[in-house]
Design a binder for this molecule. Sequence first.
Ligand SMILES: Nc1ncnc2c1ncn2[C@@H]1O[C@H](COP(=O)(O)OP(=O)(O)OP(=O)(O)O)[C@@H](O)[C@H]1O
Length: 309
Amino acid sequence: MSSIVSVTGLRKTYAGGFQALKGVDLEIAEGEVLALLGPNGAGKTTLISTICGISTITEGAITVGGHDVVRDFRAARNMIGLVPQELHVEGFESVFSTVRFTRGLFGKRRDDALIEQILRDLALWDKRDERIMALSGGMKRRVMIAKALAHEPRILFLDEPTAGVDVELRQSMWEVMRGLKARGVTIILTTHYIEEAEAMADRVGVINKGELLLVEETGTLMRQMGKKTLTVELGAPLEALPPALARDGIVLGPDGASLIYSYDTAARQTGITDLLADIRGAGLQMVDLHTTQSSLEDIFVGLVKGGRR
Ligand SMILES: Nc1ncnc2c1ncn2[C@@H]1O[C@H](COP(=O)(O)OP(=O)(O)OP(=O)(O)O)[C@@H](O)[C@H]1O
């Protein structure tokens, strides 16, 4: 994997003595979308801020595109676009001039065609002459993204890009992110929305109490750690579970009308074949079968409760 961001042994202790990051190692591949999941106060924003060179490093090292974020701050920062959690926009300025001005701050030559393209991609072109204060919250967020993209960064950090936005806007933000990914932009987003990680991320990192508990491909994580539940609907309800069917992971469903069996999707033998044979052997009639897969949310809650894998 060729890393565009490399974080090694990162520790961050705030002035009051609070340890917000306790030794984080993380490699981010060029072109990937990485979602950082974690409860409030886990250290997600702190991690992003240290990578972006906004927050000082207590111990460890970070490189962005091979540039050390402390020694070679300017080169590292030039490669990064940051969309922070809070909206900071100059309310009286127009959309176009704000985004153009931001590009200038990075010492890049004026390129109005590029700004036009960015605004079009973000469905902001029609609003280019409006004052930012007159825009809706969702539009302001998009202006923040446009500003972050104005100097053509190769890496975009989005800190909770869809917190508190409506479903339609969330979907349109996802479209924006997909478009950027298709152009090869590496995206790191923090989110509280599991469905966002599931929908967008190539890999998921789970942070809790300043520790990166794991980083895994989204699909692999779901497969490795997921549980499945098989529900067998019975022709006639049972009073109790027949002894022949008793085994780990099985319970009688509501009203005794079904059997519910939980199994590990990663296990070599799920036990389903034996279970079905035993159900038949016990003379029970099966009228329907269905399976459900645990969500990334279940996995996440289990991880945060249970600590490092
Ligand atoms: N400037 C600061 N001084 C002292 N402590 C801080 C400072 N900034 C953050 N913290 C603490 O560090 C911890 C991690 O905060 P951080 O904002 O990184 O978490 P987060 O995972 O982004 O949370 P959220 O999801 O709520 O945004 C929190 O306990 C927070 O109170």
